[in-house]
Ligand binder design. Structure first.
Ligand code: G3P
Length: 217
């Protein structure tokens, strides 16, 4: 499973990238707002750092507007994936931009039928929002499994990009189901390294080592 980082915080992206944890980046209008930076400037900085796909989201609500914004965002760098919402207009924009050879990430997906339509429209990525379904007492992971089954039934090449990831369990569950990509906030990716038994075991090793009076260097 590829790891995308769901943030526009360039320091956080840099730190994870130094460990080889970043296959791509996803942003959205809320994350750009949180960064407090200009969309083109911050996106350019991210694209210069990360060679993989960097999603930048359109904000128009009509297809023509999304296409125009998408083409403008594409000028930032070759690795931009244009993000459009899963509306009828978004599907139209997806089809036009995909036909022109651009990567398109169709976002705000909450049903298997929506994912099926995005694949038919040539999406490079479909972004089902796990956490927001969980918020409604539904199981977001069921949606990932349904989309996996449907795409595999017909050999659709659209990549399943598990989004709205809130916990380390979301990461391992998405990987077990076979999501192609998971996009997660930096703190979730860092938490994946944590285990209380690792900390406890390390404490015991260090204590025993100290009692030997030895040093390696
Ligand atoms: O990847 C989509 C993400 O940014 C939304 O996450 O936590 O706001 O549902 P969240």
């Amino acid at each position: 499973m590829k790891f995308f980082v769901d943030t526009a915080d360039t320091d956080a992206i840099r730190e994870l990238n130094e460990l080889g944890m970043v296959d791509g980046v996803t942003t959205n209008p809320s994350l750009i707002m949180k960064s407090g930076r200009d969309i083109k400037e911050v996106t350019k900085e991210i694209c210069n750092m990360i060679p993989g796909p960097v999603s930048a989201e359109t904000v128009a609500t009509d297809a023509e507007g999304m296409i125009a914004e998408g083409l403008e965002l594409k000028k930032i760098a070759d690795n931009i994936a244009v993000k459009v919402p899963l509306t009828w207009a978004g599907l139209k924009a997806c089809k036009v931009l995909s036909d022109q050879g651009h990567m398109v990430n169709v976002t705000l997906c909450f049903s298997a039928n929506q994912a099926l339509l995005a694949a038919k429209a040539g999406a490079t990525f479909i972004s089902p929002f796990i956490g927001r379904l969980d918020d409604l007492n539904l199981d977001g992971m069921d949606l990932i499994a349904d989309i996996r089954e449907i795409y595999d039934n017909y050999g659709f090449e659209t990549n399943i990009l598990a989004a709205s990831i809130r916990s380390v369990n979301h990461m391992s569950e998405a990987a077990k189901i076979g999501a192609d990509v998971a996009t997660a906030p930096p703190d979730v990716i860092k938490k994946m390294a944590q285990h209380p038994l690792t900390d406890k075991g390390l404490d015991a090793f260090l204590k025993d080592w100290a009692s030997t009076g030895q040093s390696i260097l």
